[in-house]
Design a protein around this ligand. Structure first.
Ligand code: GLN
Length: 243
């Protein structure tokens, strides 16, 4: 049995549509795999020590919350990029994902400078992109469908066309409702517009993170879990979207 240290950035500010459920899902699956875990809440002003963190998570939030957390994240940018480059498993949802870019401009034209870790920007529009979403992606070498719920005014555009999206949109809007791309992927970091929360209805994505965390501890995840309930919920959303 190993202990996994999960950390959530700003749970009281960046946590929409059950986003924290992603960590509860990881905790439960780790338990089923025979491991235990804990969740550290990191709030503004707290120290962010990557040494013992096995996975970092941040949920979505409105522009007001995004502005508040940006002030706190500003002096953590270098250590965050170092952790990303070293392959730390990271899941950033919607408003958190947007903050990784160069800037976020609201539909009123107010510009928020992003962390600038990846070469993309987000333009807010009054009309929101809302609804269930289905994307296709590759995880651990296998083609997988991923389902979720999105609600964002921001449209994200890659400036650096070499950036890799998390997946391609089958139904729904994704990054901007135009280029059929959803989210971003870099090493073990996933940024995604998918709330829901994302992981309970997509056990393959949850296991992507669990395998990445285990590998960094030199452990293998061999046990096969019975995901019939998770897969049933996944298929219900897929069927609803595919008609
Ligand atoms: N405020 C951002 C937007 O509207 C993010 C919203 C969210 O996290 N759901 O695009």
């Amino acid at each position: 049995m190993a202990h996994f240290h999960l950390a959530q950035l700003y749970p009281n500010l960046m946590n929409l549509y059950g986003d924290r459920g992603n960590l509860l899902c990881l905790q439960k699956r780790l338990e089923w795999y025979g491991h235990d875990s804990s969740i550290e809440n990191i709030n503004p002003g707290d120290n962010l020590d990557f040494k013992h963190i096995d996975l970092l998570f941040m949920g979505g939030g409105s522009e007001r919350e995004q502005e508040l957390v940006l002030q706190d994240l500003a002096d953590k940018t270098d250590s965050l990029m170092k952790a990303i480059e070293e392959g730390l498993p990271i899941l950033f949802i919607c408003g958190a994902y947007q903050l990784l870019g160069e800037y976020y401009r609201s539909h009123e034209g107010k510009e928020m400078q992003g962390l600038g870790l990846f070469s993309f920007f987000t333009q807010g529009l009054k009309e929101r992109l809302t609804g269930n979403i289905l994307i296709q992606t590759t995880l651990n070498g296998a083609e997988e469908s991923v389902v979720g719920f999105e609600n964002h005014g921001g449209r994200t555009y890659f400036i650096d066309k070499r950036l890799q999206a998390f997946g391609s949109v089958i139904r729904g809007f994704g990054n901007n409702g135009e280029d059929k791309q959803e989210g971003i992927r870099y090493k073990n970091l996933l940024g995604s517009y998918l709330h829901g929360p994302l992981l309970p209805k997509n056990p393959k994505v949850a296991d992507f993170f669990i395998k990445a965390m285990a590998e960094r501890k030199g452990l293998k995840i061999e046990r096969i879990l019975d995901d019939s309930l998770e897969n049933y919920a996944h298929e219900q959303v897929k069927r609803k979207l595919m008609g």
